[in-house]
Design a protein around this ligand. Sequence first.
Ligand SMILES: NC(=O)c1ccc[n+]([C@@H]2O[C@H](COP(=O)([O-])OP(=O)(O)OC[C@H]3O[C@@H](n4cnc5c(N)ncnc54)[C@H](O)[C@@H]3O)[C@@H](O)[C@H]2O)c1
Length: 289
Amino acid sequence: MRVEDVRKVCVLGAGAMGAGIAQVCSQAGYAVAMRDIEQRFVDAGFKRIRDPLLKRVERGKMTAEEVEKILGGIQGTTDLAAAVRDADLVIEAVPEKMDLKKEVWREVDRHAAPDAMFATNTSSLSITEMASATNRADRFVGMHFFNPAPVMKLVEVIRGNETSRETVEFAKALCTKLGKEPVEVNESPGFVVNRLLVPMMNEAFNLLMEGVASAEDIDKAMKLGTNMPMGPFELADFTGLDIGLDTMETLHRETGDPKFRPSPLLRQYVRAGRLGRKTGHGVYDYGAP
Ligand SMILES: NC(=O)c1ccc[n+]([C@@H]2O[C@H](COP(=O)([O-])OP(=O)(O)OC[C@H]3O[C@@H](n4cnc5c(N)ncnc54)[C@H](O)[C@@H]3O)[C@@H](O)[C@H]2O)c1
């Protein structure tokens, strides 16, 4: 499959990432099928796409017709077989659980065209292991988009053990078509960005736990001292403390390296349900979610 031959993209999952990726693909002119397991999740996915776009219309940055065109290019469905059947590329963005992802890929492999390409948006799991659930590990690649996908420029293109050179080149060319910048990464826990970023956030929790500085001052120090647009706690609250903890646990488990040990304070906050903005309370308090 060449990028020029791609007509239809199937996106699995209509959550934070799936909806954003579906929007990006539709904006690039592809026919998109966005599949979730229940209609209410599909509807929520469309709302995630529509609401920020309508704000852009209000601000005069986009026309209502452009928004309709993007939304009109996406077909929402709960029917996996129909979504996958005539897709040239399937991008998976279902929850970060290996067993679930492998089950989804096994089923997708049964319904997809023989030459369709497969990409997973996993943040930390093994591409090689997921690919082994299909009969096309050579055409299976990681495409790690960042949140929010329509805004963030980077895509980490991750090569699993069996991913062919052609598939990596396909994914990189597709990124360019989507208006994104790819970086090529060989499979390794956390890839590049999370391997660097999440341990930094984790260490911020250790600093807070040790009473070295207040949360506000740790954020201020990193914003003003390193020009980060958000401090580590603002970022942790934005992405979800549970997601950060999951990533640290994966890094720790996969490498066995004590430098990746999750901070006890991070663990405690997650156990308390302080997951960040999504629960209204993380390191900071946001009121109702
Ligand atoms: N949120 C982030 O910042 C971020 C960034 C990059 C990558 N990721 C990765 O993207 C993936 C999705 O994360 P998210 O934040 O969008 O999660 P999310 O919970 O917002 O969305 C996941 C969606 O998948 C749906 N789903 C569950 N089982 C499904 C199935 N069998 N088929 C189709 N849909 C199914 C759920 O109903 C839900 O709507 C994960 O692998 C995550 O690690 C997340």
